[in-house]
Design a protein around this ligand. Structure first.
Ligand SMILES: NC(=O)c1ccc[n+]([C@@H]2O[C@H](COP(=O)([O-])OP(=O)(O)OC[C@H]3O[C@@H](n4cnc5c(N)ncnc54)[C@H](OP(=O)(O)O)[C@@H]3O)[C@@H](O)[C@H]2O)c1
Length: 239
């Protein structure tokens, strides 16, 4: 069974919530984790400490120049990069009739544009080295339409198609796969989460560690697994 022992893996948005869960799990699997954050410095420091003193990298992923600097800094620190988990994202609920250009750009600049350019940067470094694996965190919302999240759903559907197209582009050296989480709440449930959890065949919400299970699968799979989308949603997508 392949392991992640010694693999250098960058997790974006790793300070809190799902990203933190993925980073901690990868560290437990023996990976050398690069912890990326933007605003949540205190939480990122806590995640990095729990990852065994992992290095921290700050970048606003809306800016392609900062993405390039991020990958240069990670590869300068570790000498290489073997894995990338594109986890950072934004989420808003807005009636499509009221979505402004700014609302659209707010979501797409991070969820889709940054994911693309992080994949591009990772692949450039991986293709110049020993290859690697990319996992994009998409969403059940990229597979199923949610009326008041049309802009978000479109961004995550874009991530799913990017995953497939880039898997072809970077094969056979770099794999690109995606985990599509269902409902993974943190803190008290609002009405929307309560409704979605009630509709989930598994009869509960998911956890960050369950998303991390799927990430570890893709990062340890052979190069024969690429361009795949794995929904981790308790069966919610079967409705
Ligand atoms: N939670 C769910 O139920 C759920 C469901 C489906 C899909 N997902 C997906 O799973 C992933 C993680 O979800 P989550 O709920 O844990 O995410 P989240 O808390 O909403 O966001 C994760 C991190 O993204 C970072 N980020 C946002 N904008 C950024 C920017 N411009 N530059 C750099 N970093 C930026 C933030 O880092 P800082 O805090 O450091 O600024 C934030 O902590 C996301 O891709 C999300 O779409 C989540």
């Amino acid at each position: 069974m392949p392991t992640l022992e010694g693999h250098v893996i960058l997790v974006t948005g790793a300070a809190k919530r799902i990203g933190r869960g993925i980073a901690l799990r990868l560290a437990r699997e023996g990976a050398r984790v690069a912890v990326h954050y933007q605003e949540s410095e205190a939480e990122a420091k806590a995640t990095a400490a729990e990852c065994g003193g992992a290095p921290l990298f700050r970048a606003n992923l809306e800016n392609v120049g900062e993405i390039e600097s991020l990958f240069n800094a990670v590869t300068a620190h570790f000498g290489r990069i073997d894995g990338l988990v594109n986890n950072a994202a934004r989420f808003t609920r807005i009636n499509p009739l009221e979505v402004t250009e700014a609302d659209w750009d707010f979501i797409h600049n991070v969820n889709l544009k940054a994911t693309f350019f992080c994949c591009q940067q990772a692949a450039k470094h991986m293709l110049a080295g020993a290859g690697g694996s990319i996992v994009n965190i998409s969403s059940l919302g990229g597979l199923h339409p949610w009326a008041h999240h049309a802009h978000y759903c479109a961004s995550k559907a874009g991530v799913i198609m990017l995953t497939k197209a880039l898997a072809k582009a970077f094969a056979p050296t770099v794999t690109v796969n995606s985990v599509a989480p269902g409902v993974i709440p943190f803190g008290p449930y609002d009405d929307r989460v309560t409704r979605l959890v009630a509709a989930t065949p598994a009869c509960r919400a998911g956890t960050a560690d369950e998303i991390a299970d799927a990430v570890v699968y893709f990062l340890t799979a052979t190069k024969f697994t690429t361009g795949q989308i794995l929904a981790v949603d308790g069966g919610l997508g079967l409705r």
